[in-house]
Design a protein around this ligand. Structure first.
Ligand SMILES: Nc1ncnc2c1ncn2[C@@H]1O[C@H](COP(=O)(O)OP(=O)(O)O)[C@@H](O)[C@H]1O
Ligand SMILES: CC(=O)N[C@@H](CCC(=O)OP(=O)(O)O)C(=O)O
Length: 328
């Protein structure tokens, strides 16, 4: 048999090998540069809590789910304290459909009767939560799945949404059934998990005053958790690049009052409304900034936190000297 591996290269082969080696070294240097540039960002978030809301729409693809889990494990390894709060709206919708239970939304919130709330809890605190826990553990992390009922993490009250009838101009309270809004948050259980070097994965189910299960929009839930934990950042992962303006262009950064204007003029609609309302609450309660990013872009969490460029739409109280605060 001829040993081709030990054959001395011809002059042309030597050139090709040299060029390939230069390319390979170049790409290694590029990688090293990217890693090195991440240092000030890693220092910025060192031992800080970052709440990552993982939306149901961002979850579908198994490769992306793996990338997300890997990013979360990397954050933990880099000294950040990631707290994952997840949604699962489309997953709930699919099971309700299979069970022939009709479901409708009002302003981005699911009208939730007794039968529906059982399905919501089963999907969120059950299958979806455990899938994320397993994905993180598969990447070498140690995740613990809980919901707002655990150790009274999220005591909630029934949501009372007031709407004005456009014809009669009379205000009425909208009854969405077993839909909750955050009340008293006791973050002790999350602190315990973080201090044990584990990664908390939280399903947005709350416990009502009568001990009843309440369905809480995952953005709203994540926002309340971010405030209670005094998080450095809240990242909301969804299925669009961020907030889009009237022409469909990405808004790279905006203040809370600009966000309100976009709701008022109808540019922001549907599920984006509770998302933005949560951002505004969180920022008014002291969280520095919230970022809405596309969970369908691989490694969007790392891109946002550890690169100068960042990703998505950054929302903050006011624009510091007309500048996007990406600097570490
Ligand atoms: N101005 C806007 N910019 C971006 N998305 C918007 C806007 N207005 C409405 N949306 C809708 O909001 C959706 C994201 O909200 P939602 O479906 O609740 O996401 P998730 O399930 O990830 O929380 C987008 O897919 C888009 O259809
Ligand atoms: C009250 C309400 O609407 N609850 C949501 C909870 C899940 C959720 O918010 O999931 P996403 O983040 O994937 O949309 C629902 O039932 O769909």
């Amino acid at each position: 048999m001829t040993d081709t591996t030990s054959k001395p290269p011809s002059g042309q082969d030597t050139d090709a090998t040299g060029a390939a080696l230069t390319d390979a070294l170049g790409s290694v240097h590029d990688k090293a540069k990217i890693l090195s540039e991440a240092l000030p960002y890693m220092q910025r978030y060192d031992r800080e809590t970052v709440v990552v809301k993982y939306g149901g729409h961002a979850m579908g693809d198994p490769e992306l789910a793996k990338d997300f889990a890997r990013d979360v494990v990397l954050l933990k390894q880099a000294g950040v304290n990631p707290v994952v709060v997840h949604g699962g709206g489309p997953q709930i919708g699919r099971l309700l459909e299979r069970l022939n239970i009709k479901s409708e939304f009002q302003d981005g919130l699911r009208v939730t009767d007794r039968q529906t709330v059982d399905v919501v809890e089963m999907v969120l605190a059950g299958s979806v939560n455990k899938e994320i826990v397993s994905a993180i553990n598969d990447q070498g992390g140690k995740a613990v799945g809980i919901c707002g009922k655990d150790a009274n993490l999220m005591r909630a009250k029934k949501l009372e949404r007031r709407v004005r009838d456009p014809d009669s101009n009379i205000e009425k309270v909208l009854d969405l059934g077993f839909v909750g809004e955050p009340g008293l948050v006791e973050p002790h259980i999350i602190d315990v998990i973080i201090q044990s070097d584990l990664i908390p994965v939280v399903a947005p189910i709350g416990v009502g005053p009568e001990g009843e299960t309440l369905n809480i929009n995952a953005d709203t839930f994540a926002a309340a958790i971010a405030v209670a934990l005094k998080a450095k950042r809240l990242l909301l992962l969804t299925d669009v690049d961020g907030v889009l303006d009237k022409d469909g262009a990405l808004v790279r950064s905006m203040t809370t009052s600009e966000a309100l204007d976009l709701i008022a003029d109808g540019t922001i609609t549907g599920g984006m409304i509770p998302k933005i309302e949560s951002c505004i609450d969180v920022i008014s309660e002291g969280v520095e900034a919230v970022v809405i990013i596309n969970g369908k872009v691989p490694h969007s969490v790392l891109l946002e936190l550890f690169t100068e460029h960042g990703a998505g739409t950054l929302i903050e109280r006011r624009r510091p000297h007309g500048y996007r605060t990406r600097q570490p």
